[in-house]
Design a protein around this ligand. Structure first.
Ligand code: ARG
Length: 498
């Protein structure tokens, strides 16, 4: 038996939104440039608040409905109505009722059988829909179990492909025997990637302690590899499948000491190829990270309220200088998906996705960062990097050039200490910085990456979220904890696949 915990996919997504505190959009700090660079329009961008703030919940009460005055119908009109008119009205009412019923019937049929409304997922061809949260959650919700049939994930830093078996209630790696790229592409598309970013599959040594595997039965005659899988205590080849769905995490950056953000240095071309600048009305407002040719990860607070309309955004990739952005067009945004459980007052679940209207072309300067896989361990003080066009000191202007700085992670129990953030750090957050401050992200860096280099690849550890001021002692930067969001990210990439 596999002793791993049951379905890994805890779901933080697609839960009813009405249990969070009320949304409020009035509390932004207005960012006032001390000297307006010429690329900034006269309207100053509104940066979100730097510290979560709590809004007292005032219980509202229903006001007593005002009685409406009912005009009595003059009884004389009744007696005056001719019989034919009465009959006409009766027929007309019947016709209206019948037409209404027919329309309702068609609508019910349409929603029940043909399409899954909103972001629901089809259960095969049964016409039944389930919510994304029900997909791969270890419980069968579709009549034929389609929701638990093709649940795959990449595990650990070596991208070991694992399949969830609802029968055996566990995740299993797959023997490399008889595996091919076609199966690899299928697994990647089931995860939410596009077929054409697929890189390779290879056989690697299994994780020590693994005692059972899934094997392919090539004589089963099915083209769907999931259907041919059976449990086995060993792999003849001695190796399991490792799959790379996208060539992520590569950078030109050489490990060096050159070490603005606050306390950082100007970045070199190709050092942080996943970093994008998000503009609204011609102004840089937030950062973001490329994860696929069409998906950008940013912070939910960047796309809150009036900023939630995708048409106002332009995404700039592969450009280091804000000045150079004003002369190019940027990528248009097709869709913005904010985490449904994002809480503006606590900054819980501060993550959002942007889907581009057209795909990015990857080269030396534009590349995706790797999303952390489940089972990846980061050290408590793991060395990470933050990048962005944010202010170089608290209250400063947006920077013209992209800046980068190195910051270690800070353990959440330390960061929640009374001298630090005293309980404001939730499990969806992660702190990075120094006790003495001095190096930090700042206003304008939000949504941008917190990355780390592990096994020669760069991984997205977090997205810049908030902090009390910038670079002050005991007030490190707070980032969205990406490992808590990857499940939600993949689910959305699956549902919104084109
Ligand atoms: N909320 C800020 C923004 O919108 C990011 C603040 C980060 N603060 C910090 N001290 N690290 O750009």
């Amino acid at each position: 038996m596999n002793s791993r915990p049951p379905p890994y996919y805890e779901n933080y997504a697609y839960q009813p939104e009405n249990f969070g505190p009320p949304r409020h959009f009035g509390g932004y700090n207005v960012y006032l440039p001390s000297s307006s660079p010429h690329y900034l329009p006269s309207v100053p961008p509104h940066y979100p608040p730097s510290v979560p703030h709590y809004v007292p919940r005032v219980s509202t009460h229903q006001s007593t409905p005002v009685p409406t005055i009912v005009q009595p119908t003059p009884s004389s009109s009744k007696t005056c109505m001719p019989k034919t008119r009465k009959a006409l009205i009766l027929i007309l009412s019947i016709v209206i009722i019948l037409v209404g019923a027919a329309i309702a019937g068609v609508l019910i049929w349409y929603f029940e059988t043909d399409s899954c409304s909103g972001s629901k997922i089809h259960c095969g061809t049964t016409g039944i829909c389930v919510t994304p949260a029900q997909w791969c959650n270890g419980m069968i919700d579709c009549p034929n179990g389609e929701d638990e049939n093709r649940c795959v994930r990449l595990y650990g830093p070596d991208f070991i492909l694992e399949v969830y078996s609802s029968e055996n209630k566990g995740w299993y790696s797959i023997c490399h025997d008889d595996w091919n790229d076609g199966y690899g592409k299928t697994a990647c598309t089931d995860m939410g990637y596009n077929k054409n970013t697929y890189l390779n599959s290879k056989g690697i040594a299994p994780i020590s302690g693994n005692v059972s595997f899934m094997r392919l039965n090539t004589s089963a005659g099915s083209t769907d590899f999931y259907k041919t899988l059976y449990k086995s205590l060993w792999c003849p080849s001695g190796s399991v499948v490792s799959v790379r769905c996208i060539d992520c995490g590569l950078s030109n950056k050489r490990a060096s000491a050159r070490n603005r953000i606050v306390g950082g240095n100007a970045a070199f071309p190709g050092d942080w190829p996943w970093q994008v600048s998000l503009h609204t009305h011609g102004v840089h407002l937030c950062g973001g990270s490329i994860i696929t040719p069409e998906w950008i990860v940013t912070a939910a607070h960047c796309v809150e309220g009036v900023y939630s309309d995708s048409h106002q955004w332009s995404v700039y990739a592969g450009i280091l200088s804000q000045l150079a952005m004003s002369s190019s067009r940027g990528y248009r945004v097709a869709k913005i998906i904010s985490h449904p459980n994002y809480d503006p007052s606590t900054k819980n679940n501060d993550v959002a996705l942007m889907k581009l209207q057209s795909s990015l072309f990857f080269d030396e300067l534009i590349r995706p960062v790797c999303l952390p896989n489940p089972g990846m361990m980061f050290q408590p003080e793991q060395k990470c990097w933050i990048t962005g066009w944010g202010a170089k000191h608290q209250g400063g202007n947006t920077s013209v050039e992209l800046n980068a700085a190195s910051v270690p992670l800070i353990d959440s129990s330390t960061c929640n200490g009374i001298f630090f953030y005293n309980g404001l750090i939730l499990p969806t957050m992660i702190c990075a910085g120094y006790l003495e401050g001095k190096v930090d992200s700042c206003q304008g860096d939000s949504g941008g990456p917190l990355v780390t280099l592990k096994d020669s690849l760069w991984w997205l550890v977090g997205d810049t979220s908030w902090g009390s001021g910038c670079a002050g002692p005991f007030k490190p930067g707070v980032y969205g904890n990406m490992t808590r969001f990857t499940d939600w990210i993949y689910r959305n990439m699956q549902v919104t696949q084109s």
